[in-house]
Design a binder for this molecule. Structure first.
Ligand code: C2E
Ligand code: CA
Ligand code: CA
Length: 459
């Protein structure tokens, strides 16, 4: 100022300085606004204006601190087939739907609660159990959804986690609610699911399996068990099914029911299947070389294998390598694979049959469109699993269904194998309705290769 006043009048300096200061404070104000805007962007979900995931986590912690004595629930909400809604009505409508859901969360009547959007069509809410009914909340949201779109019924699914331990992170709590939600994906009968500890244990178990599977395969821990198939009249063995077993050095024998679903989820089943097929081919070659005329062995072909473009080559090379008639290696394709992608399966099946591999349709009757599909695909054998019948009593509905399936197969000239035959009664019934091939505990459980060889020798 002193310097300026030497040159300019003090009034002019006063004016200039006041402009400067005002300017600066305007700038400060603008800066503050920008900061607030950035913070808002960081804290809130841009599309819906409600909290985003990380703010939701923070707000839940605050809620827990404010009401330390209360029990809370965290519910994840998901729009069923949201992609389809976007495809059918356009993304703008999809966005509008998401904003609508956010509004409904805001409208929910709780004494206190906090909610946010996790990602895309996934929302989350946390509220105290005291004084609020979580089922009522779910019901209200479902009702609201009926009016969400004029010509489409929007379905929501809910994953529920009752917060029983506030010491774990909120993100873990949300993962647990998410896990409960995941488990109802594709289950049209169920719209909500509650997290329980078993789910966590299942995840941990699956993690163990995934960690160990590669070394288990290279370490020879997977073995083949053979379950004989019998001719019901002669009671002679007419073949066997190869079933995988994991002989774990510490845990002992692990059943396929434990590891096959995990392998199907992570794709490892394709490696295991090839490994099993090769063991079976080697066995068949060994028996032939020893002077036997072996019965065919069927192997399981996972639905994932059917998506391999080189499946036919792999199998063809395998039988060539061991110089086997492909007729000795029967392929069991599960019926549900047929319903998933019929066109692809029809093509692959045709090719495999042309190469000489017999095709067995496994678990026939477990899916939905099997009857309808039989006219389009050609299979060599139908396997009916007696488990899939609701009623075990042969004289009742279950028996009638079995009877008609066998009749129908007869008309189509497709042989039938009944599996899961556990009692003499069931065996007699199958014989009476004209099904002469059986596999099941009543005849033999799956057995080790040596035991099967002893059985072969005894015939
Ligand atoms: P699956 O192909 O339907 O095999 C028949 C299952 O029923 C076998 O179970 C067998 O042990 C069981 N079983 C046979 N007879 C009876 C009976 O009388 N009563 C009862 N309750 N069960 C009977 P397992 O060996 O536990 O295999 C389960 C499933 O795992 C198989 O069902 C198959 O889908 C899959 N699996 C097994 N090994 C392999 C494999 O190497 N590759 C693939 N992709 N899947 C496999
Ligand atoms: Ca099978
Ligand atoms: Ca089966």
């Amino acid at each position: 100022r002193e310097l300026l006043e030497k040159v300019y009048s003090s009034q002019a300096v006063e004016q200039a300085l006041s402009i400067l200061v005002r300017g600066r404070s305007e700038e400060t104000e603008r800066f503050r606004c920008r900061q607030a805007e950035l913070r808002r962007k960081a804290d809130f979900d841009e599309l819906t204006g409600i909290y985003n995931r990380s703010t939701f986590y923070k707000k839940v912690v605050e809620l827990f601190k404010l009401y330390p004595k209360d029990n809370f629930v965290i519910i994840r909400l998901n729009v069923e087939r949201f992609k389809l809604i976007n495809d059918l009505f356009g993304e703008e409508t999809g966005d509008r739907l998401l904003r609508y859901i956010a509004e409904k969360l805001a409208d929910a009547q709780f004494e206190y609660s906090t909610y946010g959007r996790m990602h895309s069509d996934n929302f989350v809410i946390c509220f105290p159990l005291r004084g609020s009914n979580q089922m009522e909340f779910i019901g209200t949201i479902q009702q609201d959804m009926e009016q969400a779109l004029p010509s489409y019924k929007v379905a929501m699914t809910f994953g529920i986690y009752y917060v029983n331990n506030k010491n774990i992170s909120v993100s873990t709590m949300c993962d647990r609610a998410g896990l409960a939600l995941q488990q109802i994906k594709g289950n049209y009968m169920k719209s909500y699911n509650v997290y329980d500890e078993r789910m966590r244990r299942a995840i941990l178990q699956e993690q163990d399996i995934v960690n160990e599977m590669n070394s288990a395969l290279s370490g020879g821990q997977f073995r083949v068990y053979l379950q004989p198939k019998y001719d019901i009249v002669t009671e002679q063995i007419v073949g066997a099914e190869a079933l995988a077993r994991w002989i774990h050095p510490e845990k002992g024998l692990i059943s396929p029911a434990v590891f096959i679903p995990a392998f199907e989820r992570n794709g490892f089943i394709m490696e295991l299947d090839i490994y099993i097929w090769e063991i079976v081919c080697r066995l068949l070659r060994k028996w032939i070389d020893a002077g036997y005329d072996p019965q065919p062995i069927s192997v399981n072909v996972s639905r994932l294998d059917l998506y391999r473009t080189d499946l036919c080559d792999v199998l063809n090379n395998m039988v060539k390598k061991y110089n086997l008639d492909p007729g000795l290696l029967q392929l069991e394709l599960t019926e549900s694979a047929y319903t998933e992608n019929p066109q692809q399966i029809i093509e692959v099946t045709k090719q495999l049959q042309k190469m000489g591999f017999p095709i067995l349709m496994d678990d026939f009757g477990s899916g939905y469109s099997s009857l309808n599909m039989l006219k389009d695909i050609s299979v060599d054998v139908l396997k009916i699993d007696l488990h899939f019948l609701d009623s075990q009593d042969e004289s009742g509905r279950g028996g009638n269904i079995l009877n008609s399936v066998v009749r129908m197969a007869e008309c189509l000239k497709i042989p039938v194998i009944a599996e899961g035959v556990e009692t003499k009664q069931q065996a007699d019934f199958m014989r009476d309705i004209g099904c002469y091939c059986v596999q099941g505990y009543y005849y033999s459980k799956p057995i080790g290769v040596e035991e099967y060889e002893a059985l072969m020798n005894s015939i």
